[in-house]
Write a protein that binds this ligand. Structure first.
Ligand SMILES: CC(C)(COP(=O)(O)OP(=O)(O)OC[C@H]1O[C@@H](n2cnc3c(N)ncnc32)[C@H](O)[C@@H]1OP(=O)(O)O)[C@@H](O)C(=O)NCCC(=O)NCCS
Length: 176
């Protein structure tokens, strides 16, 4: 298994992986139509092309012998909303916008390798923290982030289709 920056050649497989794994982060009962709307808006091949062309964004892909098995999307920029900018106190900061692994890779260390790479690259880029939002009912991801040194700094509303979800906002300070 390797972790590497994604290229345009990865886009079809990445969009497919993203569409398959996004529902895993949603709470039970979230209507399919709302998840589909989010996927169409944020995780389409065209969107991944835009992420790859965005100088503030970085897409990492974890790949095993079968193909892409996990990915992350980060942004090195100011938090995208004023209330988040007030919560996240360290600068420069990196937003970990997406962190997803195929179910076949859960519990295998693939996501941990992705996270190590995200933290190392954030440090190398001069960031002093990494922040993210996670659904308040996504206990597995919350546990994963806690294991990697993230702590809760507040909350945000997160729109999925016609739904607004309550997310926790977490930050990991990069001290070393
Ligand atoms: C979040 C994700 C990347 C983490 O990867 P992973 O391989 O599952 O992570 P790990 O196995 O290292 O850690 C998960 C931890 O949650 C625990 N866990 C699993 N299910 C859980 C549950 N329902 N409630 C609480 N903890 C749970 C695991 O036991 C493990 O903790 P442990 O190592 O102390 O035993 C992966 O689960 C994933 O892709 N999930 C679906 C998408 C998602 O939610 N992405 C995050 C969006 S913010």
């Amino acid at each position: 298994m390797i972790v590497r920056p994604a290229t345009t050649a990865d886009v079809p497989a990445l969009a497919d992986l993203a569409a398959r794994t996004f529902p895993l982060a949603c709470p039970p009962g979230m209507p399919q139509v709302d998840m589909d709307a989010f996927i169409a808006e944020h995780l389409s091949p065209e969107r991944f092309d835009r992420y790859l062309a965005d100088e503030t964004a970085e897409v990492l892909v974890a790949e095993d012998e079968i193909g892409p098995v996990g990915y992350t999307l980060t942004f090195l920029r100011e938090p995208y909303a004023e209330d988040l900018a007030a919560l996240v106190t360290h600068r420069p900061t990196v937003e970990l916008s997406k962190c997803y692994a195929d179910p076949r890779a859960h519990g295998t260390g693939v996501a941990a390798r992705l996270m190590e790479e995200v933290l190392q690259r954030a440090r190398a880029a001069g960031a002093t923290s990494v922040w993210l939002g996670v659904n308040g009912r996504n206990l597995r991801a919350q546990r994963f982030y806690a294991k990697h040194g993230f702590t809760v700094i507040g909350g945000r509303r997160f729109v999925v289709g016609r739904h607004t979800e309550d997310d926790l906002v977490l930050e990991r300070v990069l001290t070393d």
